[in-house]
Design a protein around this ligand. Structure first.
Ligand SMILES: [Zn+2]
Ligand SMILES: [Zn+2]
Length: 383
C-alpha cells in the first residue's frame, strides 16, 4: 500500500476494523464508499493546487490522457474525468502521459533551505566561539527568524544547541587523548574557560579531569573544579576526599589532616557544604599536600610520595587518637569504620560535638564501597 492510500484510509475506518499489519485486507477490501472518501481528500488537494500533496499522488484526466501533480497550474479538470494514482508509474501503466507543464515524473524541487542549513552545520562545526543567530543569518542569507525555524525543522535542534553538541563531542574526544584540558577546551571551540565550565562541565556530569583520568590532581586544579568534583556526588567529606575516582592520591591520612586544617567535620555532607566552606577546603587541601610534599622531599630527597596513607610524625590528628590537638590541646577523637579510622578534633572541627562512634561508623560504612569490586562497579557506572 502506498502512502496515499494507507494515509487516506486512516481516520475514516469503521470502528470495528483493526488497523493492524495482520489485518491488511481491511485496506485492500475497502468499500466503494471508502475509496470515494479517499478520492475526495485528493480531490480537495487538486482543487486547492496543494503543493504539500505533490509526491503523494498524481491525478489523470481521462479526456486528455494526461496525468499531473496535485499542484499543476493547468485548468482544473472535471471531477468525473479524474482518476487518482499513488505514483506516476501507476498512471503510466494505465496508459496516461506525463503533463509537460508540471512534470509529475521529475523529482520534487529541492527544499531551498537544505543546502543553506547544511552550510550552517559545517560552519558551526568549525567556528570558534559562539556566533549569534544574526551573524549566522548574515553569513548564510535569510532572516534570523527563518534560519532558526528551518534549522530546527531540518536538524531537529536550534543552531545553538547544535553548536553545543558538536563542541561537547569534540571535547569528549580530546579529553580521552593525552594533552592538557585547556587545549582540549580550546580545540573544541570553547573560547573561554567560563563558557566551558558553564556549558560543557554540567553535561560531562563531572570535572573534565575526572572524566579523563578518574580523579583530579588536587595540586593542579582550580577552586571551581575542586568544588564541582567534590559535589558531583553527595557523600561525607571524609569519603569524598578519599574517593580515588574524585581526587587522586589524597588517601586516609592526608584527608584527616586536610579536614583538620579546614576546620570541617569529616561527617559533613558535600551537598551541605557552603561556598565558603568549599573554598576553605580547597585551600586546606592544597596547603596540606604542598606542605607534606616539601617536608617529605626534605626528608627523603624523593619526589611526591604517591600513596602515603600511614601516620607520619608531625601530623596534627591522624593516628593521634587521645593525644592533644596541636592547635587547641583537646584530645583527638576517632571514628572507626571498616578497617580504618578517621581522626578529628572536636573543638577545631565539630563545634565541640563528639561524633557518636557506633552510629557514625554505620553511616561511614554505608557511605563506603565495601569491597574493591564494589568500587570498580561504581567506577564503571560513572565512566
Ligand atoms: Zn500538469
Ligand atoms: Zn583542635
Amino acid at each position: 500500500m502506498t502512502q496515499y492510500n494507507s494515509g487516506a484510509s486512516r481516520g475514516w475506518q469503521p470502528r470495528d476494523r483493526l488497523l493492524h499489519p495482520l489485518c491488511m485486507d481491511t485496506l485492500t477490501k475497502r468499500s466503494a464508499e471508502e475509496l470515494a472518501s479517499a478520492d475526495s481528500v485528493s480531490w480537495h488537494a487538486v482543487q486547492a493546487r496543494d503543493t504539500t500533496s505533490d509526491g503523494r499522488f498524481v491525478y489523470a484526466v481521462t479526456s486528455t490522457g494526461i496525468y499531473c501533480r496535485p499542484s499543476c497550474p493547468s485548468r482544473k479538470p472535471r471531477r468525473d474525468r479524474v482518476r487518482f494514482f499513488d505514483a506516476p508509474d501507476a498512471a503510466r501503466a494505465a496508459g496516461f502521459r506525463a503533463c509537460k507543464r508540471c512534470k509529475p515524473d521529475a523529482a520534487l524541487p529541492a527544499d531551498p533551505w537544505i543546502e543553506r542549513i547544511r552550510r550552517a552545520c559545517v560552519y558551526l562545526s568549525n567556528v570558534d566561539g559562539h556566533p549569534s543567530l544574526a551573524t549566522l543569518a548574515a553569513r548564510l542569507g535569510g532572516s534570523p527568524y527563518h534560519l532558526q525555524r528551518n534549522f530546527k525543522r531540518l536538524v531537529g535542534v536550534t543552531p545553538r544547541e547544535y553548536a553545543e553538541a558538536v563542541r561537547l563531542r569534540k571535547v569528549k574526544g580530546r579529553l580521552r587523548q593525552p594533552g592538557d584540558i585547556t587545549g582540549a577546551m580550546l580545540d573544541a571551540g570553547y573560547g573561554s574557560s567560563s563558557r566551558f565550565y558553564e556549558r560543557a562541565v554540567p553535561k560531562l556530569g563531572m570535572a573534565p579531569s575526572v572524566y579523563r583520568r578518574g580523579g583530579i590532581e588536587p595540586l593542579e586544579t582550580t577552586a571551581k573544579l575542586f568544588d564541582l568534583t567534590l559535589r558531583s556526588e553527595s557523600h561525607t567529606l571524609k569519603r569524598a576526599l578519599t574517593d580515588p575516582r574524585l581526587f587522586s592520591g589524597i588517601g586516609n591520612a592526608y584527608s584527616d589532616e586536610i579536614l583538620h586544617a579546614a576546620r570541617l567535620s569529616p561527617m559533613k555532607l558535600t551537598s551541605k557544604l557552603s561556598g565558603e566552606e568549599s573554598r576553605r577546603l580547597y585551600e586546606a587541601t592544597r596547603k596540606t599536600l604542598a606542605d607534606w610534599t616539601s617536608r617529605i622531599r626534605e626528608e627523603t630527597g624523593a619526589g611526591f610520595p604517591e600513596k602515603v596513607t600511614a601516620f607520619r610524625k608531625g601530623m596534627a590528628v591522624h593516628g593521634r587518637y587521645g593525644q592533644p590537638c596541636p592547635d587547641c590541646g583537646s584530645p583527638v577523637q576517632r571514628i572507626a569504620y571498616a578497617e580504618n579510622e578517621a581522626n578529628y578534633c572536636a573543638t577545631c572541627q565539630t563545634g565541640g560535638r563528639l561524633l557518636a562512634d557506633r552510629a557514625l561508623s554505620r553511616l561511614m560504612h554505608s557511605d563506603w564501597p565495601r569491597t574493591l569490586e564494589e568500587l570498580e562497579e561504581r567506577k564503571s557506572k560513572k565512566f
